[in-house]
Ligand binder design. Structure first.
Ligand SMILES: [Zn+2]
Ligand SMILES: [Zn+2]
Length: 379
């Protein structure tokens, strides 16, 4: 096994990142006809020497399927799973307009490429949407990657920023808020808020989120640990869901592909991506769950697939979170379960803190967005 590990590393390393993307692989996917018997003939007893489907040199070994795969068959497998997930969950309809949440990271960049390939054989309209949270030393670079890729693939890109929409950057919000665990929680709320708004504005019918298999398994277990069954019931709510009270339905076409495979696919296809993590990184719980899942996957290959499958099945059994009680937020018009939506309430709270910080002479002077209505209303 250890010799294979070395081989794998060597193989991946030998692929240069400037390889061009080859859409023809996707347009004419060769149906898999396992040729293991045919090519195994003179080989040694070790099955590790070539791809499970051809005599090619493997670029990866997948313990969960006990298969070595060459570049061609690995990439075709990723593309096939992407299409199969879309088909199984009826994620697309005819002449759909898909909004692609593009962060510039590996998952969303690979998703953009896969959708671009699909749009060559299906009548699909694509619009990429990037949220600029205002994270110094991180976002400018990923934003540049997103812009360059969208331009290269000729997919229109919309950039919506915290600064423009709320009047402050995430960095500024973090600076005035004292709770250490907060960045991800309010960043997540704000990003969802702006993505939905931008998607509606662009006339997008579905919003594609680049969550991979690891993300799905982690999210599910985190919800179990928190006993957040309402969230679990919403995890798969996208299936065939119509636009619901102001929510653009979300689809997750990468949810059956492990993170590691998306990373390898991006390298093999020469998709320029940015592997740097957000400096606020993930919450402590997610990191722990990620480590735990990776450790289980090592000892019991296929764990992530089974956990994500459980998420899907359990979410189907739970009563769907009701949208009946939703109304329009009085401030922004987005769907909300109370008078003001969570994002607007958080924005208001942060603006108050920023105002106080400013009076006390703390913090950088940053242009504050106008929020007349939000400021007038009483708590
Ligand atoms: Zn092969
Ligand atoms: Zn609102």
């Amino acid at each position: 096994m250890s010799s294979m590990k070395g081989k794998r590393l060597k193989s991946s390393k030998s692929y240069s990142a400037d390889r061009m993307w080859k859409p023809d692989i996707f347009l004419h996917p060769a149906e898999f006809k396992p040729t293991r018997g045919a090519v195994n003939g003179g080989a040694s007893s070790s099955p590790a020497q070539h791809c499970a489907y051809c005599a090619g040199e493997p670029v990866i070994y997948n313990p969960y399927s006990s298969q070595h795969l060459c570049e061609k068959h690995f990439c075709e497998g990723v593309e096939r799973r992407f299409k199969l997930t879309i088909r199984t969950h009826k994620m697309l309809s005819k002449n759909d307009h898909i909004g692609i949440a593009l962060s510039g990271g590996k998952d969303s960049s690979v998703m953009l490429h896969l959708f671009r390939m699909l749009s060559k054989s299906l009548p699909l309209k694509l619009t990429a949407i990037t949220i600029d949270e205002g994270i110094k030393g991180y976002r400018p670079h990923t934003l540049a990657v997103a812009k360059k890729e969208a331009k290269r693939l000729r997919v229109p890109l919309i950039v919506s920023s915290f600064e423009k929409e709320y009047g402050f950057s995430l960095d500024r919000a973090v600076a005035v808020s004292k709770k250490a665990a907060l960045p991800c929680s309010f960043c997540g709320v704000f990003r969802r808020h702006l993505l939905n708004r931008a998607a509606k504005k662009a006339g997008v019918k579905k919003l594609a989120i680049g969550h991979n298999l690891d993300d799905m398994a982690q999210t599910f277990l985190m919800n179990v640990f928190r006993n957040d069954t309402a969230h679990i019931s919403r995890m798969m709510a996208f299936e065939g869901a119509p636009a619901n009270r102001g929510f653009v339905p979300r689809i997750r076409p990468l949810m059956d592909i492990p993170e590691k495979e998306i990373a390898l696919y991006s390298v093999l296809k020469g998709i320029p991506i940015h592997f740097q993590q957000c400096p606020y990184a993930t919450t402590a719980l997610r990191q722990k769950v990620r480590d735990m899942l990776n450790s289980f996957e090592d000892s019991q290959p296929g764990t992530k697939i089974r956990v994500a499958k459980s998420a899907l099945e359990i979410s189907r059994l739970l009563p769907a979170a009701s949208a009946a009680s939703l109304r329009e937020c009085k401030e922004c018009g987005e769907p909300s379960s109370s008078e003001y939506c969570m994002a607007c309430r958080m924005v208001e709270g942060l603006r108050e803190k920023m105002g106080r910080a400013k009076h006390a002479g703390i913090g950088k002077s940053e242009k504050m967005g106008k929020a007349p209505k939000a400021r007038q209303r009483k708590k």
